[in-house]
Write a protein that binds this ligand. Structure first.
Ligand SMILES: [Zn+2]
Length: 246
């Protein structure tokens, strides 16, 4: 693999996954997404492209499309089909990669703070179980490069989104009572650890801690390696996350 990508789940033969570095990022809007996912080794795969909206809708891909498919209002994808390249685009928001190595089921979510507050990563695990019978104990997770606590400075609004009530989907409901373990107040600002929160939520729904890898890379404070919306004060550059059963 080139230096355009970081490999994900390289220990498994049944799945291939990646996250673009700055070298593999693409500029412009609408994004020339094929450029983001140009590598030959994915030539046979059909990409599925969500139009991300910082929501928690997760689409189940039940048929292998004949050409690239763009899905409205979607921030997460799951499938058990080979040759379907699940994709998401990022410029600080956290990518969460999931792989059930017993049943060969994959999931990929785009988790910014809004998606994280809605519990989208845990919801993907829940849906992998509901749709495909995945046991969370057999799910491997990679919480990818994204903005880390060092740089994710927020006001009260973001803190409060995590501080009130609960997050829920279908029959699952979990109280938001752990934000103080993953945030730090300095003056009137908060620094929030989105990766840590996503890890905690995955563990709460049954993914073993030893199955979860968290990337140390902060997209915001590593300008040589990553694009960052926060660092640039807005950008059209996007890095791609991809995950595919082979
Ligand atoms: Zn940082």
């Amino acid at each position: 693999m080139s230096d355009k990508y970081i490999e994900v789940f390289s220990q498994f033969e049944e799945v291939t996954g990646f996250f673009s570095t700055k070298e593999g990022a693409t500029e412009g809007y609408p994004y020339d997404r094929e450029d983001v996912f140009e590598e030959n080794w994915l030539e046979e795969a059909i990409p599925v492209w969500p139009k991300q909206v910082h929501g928690d809708h997760i689409e189940v891909i039940e048929q292998r499309p004949y050409r690239p498919v763009e899905l409205e209002d979607t921030d997460g994808l799951i499938t058990n089909l080979r040759g379907v390249l699940l994709t998401t685009l990022h410029a600080d928001c956290i990518p969460v990669f999931l792989f059930d190595y017993m049943r060969n089921v994959i999931g990929l979510v785009h988790a910014g703070w809004k998606g994280t507050a809605k519990g989208i990563a845990a919801k993907a695990v829940y849906m992998m179980n509901r749709e495909y019978g995945s046991d969370p104990e057999h799910i491997m997770a990679f919480i990818g490069p994204g903005i880390s606590k060092c740089c994710f400075e927020t006001g009260d609004d973001v803190y409060e989104a995590f501080d009130k009530g609960s997050y829920s989907f279908d029959i699952f409901e979990e109280k938001w009572d752990f934000i103080d373990d993953f945030s730090e107040k300095k003056g009137d600002k908060y620094y929030i650890d989105l990766k840590g929160i996503n890890k905690k939520m995955l563990m709460d729904i049954g993914v073993p801690e030893e199955n979860i890898e968290v990337s140390e890379h902060c997209t915001c404070c590593e300008p040589e390696m990553f694009e960052s919306y926060r660092r640039e004060g807005g950008t059209y550059m996007r890095m791609g996350a991809g995950l595919c059963l082979i």
